[in-house]
Design a protein around this ligand. Structure first.
Ligand code: ZN
Length: 391
């Protein structure tokens, strides 16, 4: 009986306490929302409207009013970096890293942001130091990827090979193409210093990583040629026809130079003609064209290009034909031909580019690594016009 009576008294008391607690909660929320600086909300608004200048001003104001706000510092820091103001981003993230009231998660995040600031500012040593600190943490995988980017920019291919082997496979690939290219880069460096044995070892490692590595065959030929072994060099370059014939264009000039040194230019021309027959390519045609003029005269060169243009009607081929026509035409017609040639040429300059398969970046020069997206072997070794005609 006594307990029930006590309950009767206690029930209203609990109601009152609950009501008070709710009031306190509401007051707390109202207080907090007032504490959130108005400038923070307007900063957010500017950010959503992609007005980063005004957003930064508003966030700076918010940070001034409430210097404790960690999230605001993060927002401001990444805004600065995105706008290319890396020194300001670095200062903010450095301050965050040094703060004692950060949780472990926030400290890792601040370090990662700082590393990205250094990377964007081109301070590769400092970026490397930061990402090395992140190894073994929860950010390990991302840190390894940033380190890979740093080593590629530094052209430190040994470290690049080491770190890429630690990364998980991507899209069914175990990075064979990248690893082979890193070894090719090492081989090119060794070759430049005439360290032929080292260069050979790197090429062997490249082929072990990726048997289909065309670049390794090209460089292997270069290594032989640099030692005066032109026959061996030619064997290496000829192998490309079985590997990936589209890349023969990159070997054409090397092949002709070797045949010239061997004083067997006619054999080189025969080889290039057979390649051109089987694997039409404007760069192959271009190389052969110059040798035809040199060896057999303008008329032979003209016939070669005309035959090729019939097989593969392209603007670039027409450009070449006009060049040949100019050499063989009677003097009184040359002015007109030259005029047409100049018109065509202004067009062909646009289509005579290489284009990255991944990001579409166009370049006059062939790259093994795309300067825009950083992909390896993303440039098909064909001009964009050929590429458009024969996808
Ligand atoms: Zn690209």
């Amino acid at each position: 009986m006594e307990i029930e009576f006590w309950w009767l008294l206690a029930l209203p008391l609990f109601f009152v306490m609950g009501w008070l607690a709710a009031r306190i909660d509401i007051r707390q929320i109202v207080h907090e929302s007032r504490a959130l600086p108005r400038s923070y909300l307007s900063g957010l608004n500017f950010l959503l409207n992609e007005q980063s200048d005004k957003a930064i001003d508003a966030f700076i104001e918010a940070v001034r009013i409430d210097p404790q706000t960690i999230e605001l510092h993060f927002a401001l820091g990444s805004l600065f970096r995105r706008r290319g103001e890396t020194d300001r981003a670095i200062r903010i993230h450095q301050l965050l890293v040094d703060r004692e009231d950060l949780s472990e998660e926030q400290r890792l995040q601040a370090l990662e942001e700082l590393g990205q600031d250094f990377l964007k500012a081109g301070l590769l040593d400092r970026a490397e130091a930061v990402f090395l600190r992140l190894r073994g943490t929860r950010a390990d995988d991302r840190a390894a990827r940033y380190l890979l980017e740093i080593y590629q920019q530094e052209k430190d291919w040994v470290k690049a090979v080491d770190i890429i082997r630690e990364l998980p496979a991507h899209e069914d690939s175990h990075w064979q193409r990248e690893i082979a290219n890193f070894y090719c880069e090492l081989a090119v460096q060794a070759l430049a210093d005439s360290r032929f044995e080292d260069a050979d070892a790197h090429i062997a490692a490249a082929i072990a990583a990726n048997r289909a590595c065309v670049r390794a065959s090209l460089i292997l030929g270069d290594i032989f040629a640099a030692q005066g072994k032109d026959e061996e060099a030619l064997e290496a370059w000829k192998r490309i026809e079985n590997q990936a014939p589209a890349y023969l264009a990159l070997a054409a000039q090397r092949v002709m130079d070797a045949y010239r040194r061997l004083e067997r230019v006619d054999q080189g021309q025969t080889l290039l003609r057979s390649w051109l027959e089987r694997h039409p390519s404007l760069d192959l045609l271009d190389e052969l064209f110059h040798w035809e003029i040199d060896q057999d005269g303008a008329q032979a060169a003209y016939e070669l290009v005309r035959e090729e243009l019939r097989r593969n009607p392209t603007l670039l081929g027409l450009d070449k034909l006009l060049e040949a026509a100019l050499l063989t035409a009677p003097v009184e017609h040359r002015g007109d031909i030259d005029l047409v040639k100049q018109l065509i040429h202004s067009h062909t300059r646009k289509v005579a580019r290489y284009r990255c398969d991944t990001c579409g970046f166009k370049a006059r020069q062939f790259y093994w690594r795309c300067p825009a997206c950083g992909g390896w072997e993303t440039y098909p070794p064909r001009r964009t016009e050929e590429f458009d005609l024969t996808p």
